[in-house]
Design a protein around this ligand. Structure first.
Ligand code: ADP
Length: 448
């Protein structure tokens, strides 16, 4: 099955598909390979949304945002170690990326907010469909429409180069066909992160040893080894994000929007302990400090009604009870009267419009309608911020800071965009923007 193409894309997550479609639309013959039997990587699991500033969707809702504000939020979330040149691309191209996806059939018209954002800028489908699955489906449909050669069960093993160091293709291994060579003038690495590889994770951050992960099974980081063998420099590998709220039953990731829409976090003493919509690293650290290292997301029927996705958690049986606060406390194994007092006090603060305990900046609703629910949660590995070093053209750099001719990188396999901590909603933005850029530049390079 030897083949010759202009651009070979490695990985079928959002970054890989965006790169493949964009390379095709910029005139290249494209092949995409994926080591797993199914497409979508971690991208298809993303529940939050796509952050973008100054979009038509925001304007239609009267939301005032600015490029400066999105830059500030992203840098602050990343503890200011993000590569400013990459953040500039992420922010300035974000509205264009939403338009690009919308033009290909995506619905990103609902605009909500996730942790660390100053205004509503998380674009997502209306009706509560998962943004990742939607975006991957739209990109896959578009790749199919273009007749792009897509090969599953095919692993990128080694980037091949000529004597001058230029990329000439890749050695790949098909599960059924064995090793073969794909000739290509440009290769885009879009192989994702390594959150599912706890050995690799714990080596870089021993605190995370034994942690569960929200990731798909292929998030093992072999793409990083491929890149390293090809001479790529790495950056920020030790920054690994734990998603603060995985249900302790089944490890289902409970989207940040549950808190965004009004749920509070309560410990085994029945008390709040943190601003629930702080950044992920801070929320995760706060939960781990509580008795037993877990906490409960507590909400009522008004929060339940406000977010379709909650039905999924209820369907999965991770919500232990629907009852009064005191009864719920019993089911949770904590003091129900404390819980009741905590909720009453929280409701007073909602009425006053100010959280004087933890300075939660947004208090969407009181918790006083119908039944109460609780989901026990603790953190799990979610996203690996570090990876291959790229420049603002998505070109992979070597140790000397020089480009490796013909080698591009995009998405979670790269480092620098998110610094030490990624904001919710910035991953989809990252993979679309940099995938699209890598595809375009790879196509121009390969066909010139
Ligand atoms: P992103 O969000 O950056 O697009 P994803 O995790 O969604 O990243 O997608 C990366 C994809 O790349 C996954 O489907 C993963 O299985 C695939 N992949 C990882 N390493 C390889 C490899 N060496 N060869 C082919 N595919 C790979």
């Amino acid at each position: 099955p030897r083949a010759t193409v202009d651009v070979l894309v490695v990985g079928s997550g959002g970054a890989g598909f965006a790169a493949a479609v964009s390379a095709f639309d910029n005139g290249a013959k494209v092949m995409l390979i994926e080591k797993e039997p199914v497409i979508g990587g971690n991208a298809k699991l993303a529940a939050g949304g796509m952050n973008a500033a100054m979009t038509k969707q925001q304007a239609a809702k009267g939301i005032k945002d600015s490029l400066e504000l999105m830059t500030e939020d992203t840098m602050k979330g990343g503890r200011n170690i993000n590569d400013p040149a990459l953040v500039k691309v992420l922010v300035e191209d974000s509205a264009g990326s939403v338009d690009w996806m919308t033009g290909m059939g995506a619905d990103l018209s609902d605009v909500g907010r996730m942790g660390g954002a100053s205004v509503n800028r998380t674009h997502r489908p209306t009706g509560g469909a998962g943004v990742g699955a939607h975006v991957v489906q739209v990109l896959y449909d578009n790749a199919k429409k273009r007749n792009i050669d897509m090969r599953m069960n095919t692993r990128g093993v080694e980037v091949l180069k000529d004597d001058s160091g230029k990329v000439t293709g890749m050695l790949v291994k098909g599960q059924y066909t064995g090793y073969y060579w794909v000739k290509a003038d440009a290769v885009v690495l879009a192989t994702g992160g390594f959150g599912k590889n706890n050995e690799r994770v714990a080596k870089l951050d021993p605190k995370l040893k034994g942690f569960r992960a929200t990731n798909h099974p292929g998030a093992t980081g072999d793409g990083l080894d491929v890149a390293e063998n090809a001479g790529a420099a790495m950056q920020d590998l030790k920054y690994i994000q734990a998603h603060p709220t995985l249900s302790t039953k089944g490890g289902v990731m409970v989207t940040e929007a549950v808190r965004g829409n009004g749920a509070i976090l309560v410990n085994r003493e029945g008390k709040r302990f943190v601003n629930e919509i702080t950044t992920r690293d801070k929320a995760a650290a706060a939960i781990l400090k509580q008795t037993g290292g877990t906490a409960f997301l507590v909400f009522d029927d008004s929060v339940r009604k406000s977010l379709k996705k909650i039905e999924k958690y209820i369907g999965l049986g991770v919500v232990p009870s629907n009852a009064s606060a005191v009864e719920l406390g019993k089911v949770m194994g904590i003091d129900g009267n404390n819980l009741k007092a905590t909720i009453a006090h929280y409701n007073d603060m909602v009425a006053a419009g100010k959280d004087s305990d933890f300075e939660r900046p947004q208090l969407p609703r009181a918790l006083n309608e119908g039944n109460y629910y609780a989901i026990e949660v603790n953190p799990g590995v979610h996203h690996t911020m570090g990876g291959v070093k790229i420049d603002n053209q998505s070109e992979i750099l070597n140790q000397q800071g020089q480009t490796i001719p013909g080698l591009y990188g995009a998405g979670e396999v790269t480092g620098g965009v998110h610094g030490a901590n990624r904001l919710g909603g910035n991953a989809i933005s990252d993979i679309i923007t940099f995938g699209r850029l890598a595809g375009k530049n790879a196509a121009e390079y390969a066909t010139k």
